[in-house]
Design a protein around this ligand. Structure first.
Ligand code: AMP
Length: 211
């Protein structure tokens, strides 16, 4: 089972991806996490990537597509994989087709912009693992600290209000056209109301995958 999670930044894709990975034993591939990892090294590429992330714009396709296509060819993807944050534009969607990467199911986490701004401003992450919390909706056991390692949580720099706005603009311009791209394909496309509680969204996702 190869699946794609689509939806606005902040719709809950990362949180749900972690749960699905555990439940179904498939590889969880977050291109955002991959890019944050790349940005931490001391190279020209890292500095370029860091600039894209902090401004809320997309890393160019020639950098990201090759990395992703290589990643889905790795062994842990044999039983299936879940893409969180890829594809982000039509070029990336077409690149999956050209590389013969078969997709069985697209889950679209749909939500209003107002709710997104709410969620992103309350998001806190554990940088080393990518584990994500929300100060109200999904709080850690101890305020400000990761449940597993007890290390401090941070606010992502691209969750600052002006960067959130830019990321939403990029979503409407570049990512939203992928909804029709996948609706018109011969695969399962399921829309999930991502404004529901975290548990309800998980339940809807589990049912969609199991069916
Ligand atoms: P995310 O964690 O998915 O919100 O991604 C954080 C940032 O990483 C994005 O704002 C982009 O700068 C970059 N990024 C992640 N996935 C992609 C992608 N598929 N294409 C281009 N840039 C990406």
């Amino acid at each position: 089972m190869n699946l794609i999670l689509l939806g606005m930044p902040g719709a809950g894709k990362g949180t749900q991806a972690e749960i699905i990975q555990k439940d179904f034993g498939i590889a969880n591939i977050s291109t955002g996490a991959m890019m944050r990892e790349v940005s931490r090294s001391d190279t020209d590429l890292a500095r370029k990537v860091q600039n894209y992330i902090s401004s809320g714009t997309l890393v160019p396709n020639d950098i990201i597509i090759e990395m992703l296509v290589q990643r889905v060819g790795e062994r842990d993807c044999e039983k299936g994989f879940l893409l969180d944050g890829f594809p982000r534009n039509l070029g990336q969607g077409q690149a999956l087709d050209s590389a013969n990467v078969a997709i069985d199911l697209v889950l679209y986490l749909s939500i209003s912009e107002e709710e997104i701004v709410n969620r992103m401003s309350g998001r806190r992450v554990h940088p080393a693992s990518g584990r994500s919390y929300h100060i109200l909706y999904n709080p850690p056991k101890v305020d400000g600290f990761d449940d597993v390692t007890q290390e401090p949580l941070i606010q992502r720099e691209d969750d600052a209000p002006e960067v959130i706005k830019k990321r939403l603009d990029v979503y409407y311009d570049e990512t939203e056209p992928l909804l029709d791209f996948y609706r018109n394909k011969n695969l399962q496309f399921i829309e999930i109301d991502a404004a529901q509680s975290l548990d309800k969204v998980t339940k809807s996702i589990r049912e969609s995958i199991a069916n």
